[in-house]
Design a protein around this ligand. Structure first.
Ligand code: CA
Length: 491
């Protein structure tokens, strides 16, 4: 109830501001403040127009509902003696989700109104607002009503105002009703996704890293299955996939597909959570809808030996799930490869995976990459022992390697290995710890190949790979991935 009271105060203030800010230059504009002052034998300016105290009459969830839509037909006049009140217009404010009702007293006596009803086409009351307002004779007023709950989109409703006089029902079309966060979900955070480059990008995956500084893991299901992602306003749900979720370590890695991210812009997405009865979304929890290619190694399919190499599905160690890929038996350029399923043809992309190297350093470089069917392409590697980030150029699978030294050797732990390939030939090799720290980065350039159909795991032995992904990036080597800022928790 505290929450409701607080919101009511805010709404009342917004009503006040709205009322006093509407000019009366054009007297045909409804809702303008044309009230007389008290010295003119009217009531105070605030009261004379409409003084509204909105009292919530439903659960606190109603305050989280958003509505978009339009109105409506012309209102009718109700006659109660000399009290005559009419609804001149009603519409939905898409910015606030409120229903805005313009009233006019066309009678000769002040009219007190205390209730606004939302009725269905059969006349049944589906929602009630309690208000306290007075409209003087000849004057107009604006009532802003908090978003109702329990209504259906694309349905005709009727608004009616009652008090010392009542209006006739006034039709209002709630053409597109959306609740944000959806009913049943309690929290959300606004995530700013920024594209600082001059490139427009569509359907770009964004990687959201959650930790104790930007997320309370106790507010979501133990596996994160109640997370949902939407564009602002919650009318458009977004595809998402949880790559990693560890409540005890306060670490989550979540990917979300952003449909449009124009140049030099920030798109806000809503992360909605805390619904203990929710599981993973059956439609939108979908990694295949986010990545150009993904293999979590949970279903072993499509891998072929390259040369005399061996790649197999194993259950230890794994990064996530139950299985990973083990590369063993022979060193580079032996290993395995798998068809991507699509041809990467001149469009910038990232190849990304988690890699684990244990005690066997007999061939010490972990190497993943992409090639054409004939084995021409590029890859990224991490050289254990010597601690180097490597970029491989492959011609018929044979490597030409380029590298820089780094100060860290991520042995005995899963680390992230990424190659960014840019239209124009720039290649960046990146290695990153699970905690987000950069292990090393190396940039090289070559324009020999730009057509890739196969992903490979080559290099040394024995090491493990999980969650190989290929995804679109911003074609800017300075900012290949959007910038992410997770906002505070809201209810
Ligand atoms: Ca796996």
């Amino acid at each position: 109830m505290e929450i409701i009271s607080k919101i009511n105060i805010i709404l009342s203030i917004s009503v006040f501001n709205d009322l006093i800010s509407v000019p009366c230059a054009n007297r045909n504009i409804l809702g303008c403040n044309e009230v007389k002052s008290k010295s003119d034998k009217a009531v105070s300016p605030i009261v004379a127009v409409v003084l509204i105290i909105i009292v919530a009459v439903s659960t606190s969830l109603i305050m989280h509902n958003w509505i978009t839509g339009t109105s409506s037909t012309v209102g009718d006049v109700s006659k109660v003696g000399s009290e005559r009140l009419v609804i001149k217009a009603a519409y939905l404010d898409p910015g606030t989700g409120e229903i805005v009702v313009y009233l006019q007293n066309i009678g000769t006596k002040p009219i007190n109104v205390n209730t606004v009803y939302l009725k269905d086409p059969s006349g049944n009351i589906v929602y009630t607002w309690s208000i306290s307002a007075t409209v003087d004779p000849g004057h107009k007023g604006t009532v802003r009503l908090g978003p109702p709950s329990g209504i259906t989109s694309n349905t005709r409703y009727w608004i009616a105002v009652a008090g010392s006089a009542s209006t006739a029902p006034f039709e209002i079309s709630l053409s597109s009703f959306t609740s944000c966060p959806p009913l049943g979900w309690d929290y959300y955070r606004v995530i700013n996704v920024t594209n600082p480059t001059s490139f427009d990008v569509n359907n770009i995956p964004v990687r959201i890293r959650l930790n104790s500084s930007n997320f309370d893991f106790t507010h979501a299901n133990i596996d994160g299955s109640d997370l949902r992602f939407y564009l602002a306003g919650c009318s458009t749900q977004l595809y998402y996939w949880i790559e990693y979720w560890d409540r005890s370590d306060n670490l989550g890695i979540v990917w979300v597909n952003v449909p449009e991210l124009p140049s030099h812009s920030t798109v806000q997405i809503y992360m909605v959570y805390h619904n203990p009865s929710a599981g993973f979304d059956p439609v939108y929890y979908n990694a295949s809808a986010i990545f150009l290619f993904i293999d979590t190694m949970e279903t072993w399919t499509g891998w072929e030996s390259r040369g005399s190499g061996v790649v197999t599905q194993v259950d230890n160690p794994v990064f996530t799930g139950s299985y990973s890929l083990e590369k063993n038996t022979n060193c580079d350029p032996n290993g395995g490869n798998k068809s991507i399923g699509v041809t990467l043809n001149s469009e910038s992309f990232a190849l990304d995976a988690y890699v684990y190297r244990g005690s066997d350093l007999s061939c010490a470089v972990d190497r993943i990459g992409v090639t054409s069917r004939s084995g021409n392409g590029y890859g990224v590697g991490l050289w254990h022992g010597s601690s180097r980030i490597v970029i491989d150029k492959r011609t018929n699978y044979n490597r030409e390697e380029h590298y820089i030294g780094i100060g860290i050797d991520p042995q005995y732990r899963w680390y992230r290995l990424t190659m960014y390939w840019f239209t124009g030939g720039t290649i960046i090799g990146n290695a990153q710890e699970l905690n987000g720290n950069l292990i090393g980065s190396f940039t090289w350039s070559d324009t020999s190949y730009n057509n890739f159909e196969s992903v490979y795991v080559l290099g040394g032995k024995t090491y493990y790979v999980d969650n190989i992904k290929i995804y679109r990036i911003i074609p800017d080597p300075v900012n290949p991935e959007p910038l992410i800022q997770v906002g505070p928790e809201q209810t």
